[in-house]
Design a protein around this ligand. Sequence first.
Ligand code: NAD
Ligand code: MG
Length: 374
Amino acid sequence: GVTMAAATPTAQCEYTLHVDADSRKYPILFSEGVISKPDTFKPFITGDKVLIVTNSTIAPLYLNQVKSAIAATGVSVFDVVLPDGEEYKSLDYVSQIWDVCMEHRLDRKSVLIALGGGVIGDTTGFAASAFVRGVPFVQVPTTLLAIVDSSVGGKTGINHPMGKNMIGAFYQPHAVIVDSNVLKTLDDRQLAAGIAEVIKYGIICDWRFFEWCEQNVERLSSRDPDATQYAMIQSCKYKADIVSQDEKESGLRAILNLGHTFGHAIEASMGYGSWLHGEAVAAGMVMACEMSARLGWISSDVTRRVEAVLARASLPTRPPPSVTLERFMTYMSVDKKVEAGVLRLILLKEPGKAIVTSDFPESILFDTIMHYQQ
Ligand code: NAD
Ligand code: MG
């Protein structure tokens, strides 16, 4: 399970959440300004060498402060700055990280630090999982999406030219260090994409948190520090809790993918990058609610509330008309949630309770998609 220090979550205070996955226990630290303090990193540094992996957008903003903080603990610090983009989440760039590890003679005790969004986190984590069969790594997420989703839970990996996230490993970090200051430089669209994943947690596992989002979504969009800190801590708590029950996704963990099957179809059909992942997930979550209401599991009022809160966060709430039923069916059937030819979807059994199921008439799925084609 997950334990939380008893403290009021405000931006000023330090907060630690403990993740208790089967393969490793590790802390998530929340504190403003934490990435420039040597004491932050000290407990997680083993050996005498550290490699920071980041990208060309983040390096000019944050690399120096992280580098100085770590150097002040008395170790040698190296860095590798990758180009910025999902297309660089590939084997070539993992290989580049390994080249730098070899060049500076990193060993089993050396630590890799991922300083960036989900792309850097996934790539660095995968590199760390295999270099000398696994070196410690620390996540320093810099996007809201990476803070509330990708940096916690131990899924690491890269894209194959034929499919997103097809190569990877479950490999938990040794710590996640969250400094909400870094969100100040994140653009509004990326912020909103992260807010979609925050709202997702309310919908799948805690309706009272969804209601908190309804009351506070404008504060999140305007980067109010206290609201943001609270949303980040709650989100990580839900994710950590789910991951600690089902680290390798044999069941429960799949509910984190609410809206993702519809969303992947939108992303793929529009061409990756045209819709951000969080934007596609937002529209996908509305579709999943709509379908759940059509199955009679939730009232259509729930769907309207989900739609309204997402719209207030400037997120899309329906798929683009160009993604036709045929396209949905093509892209949804290649989704990883298809097992033995059966399409499994994450749907709502009740507000705040998602399930993985293939127990629905296909006609309801078609009707749901067709509902958005008018
Ligand atoms: P990203 O890493 O591409 O970052 C988005 C953009 O914001 C990039 O241009 C980046 O350079 C920039 N950026 C990052 N931090 C910034 C900051 N503080 N200030 C200014 N600009 C900043 O995208 P993302 O949304 O963070 O992550 C998406 C990736 O995460 C995808 O590859 C996805 O597959 C993966 N992901 C993984 C998991 C998991 O469990 N491992 C979960 C969800 C998503
Ligand atoms: Mg997601």
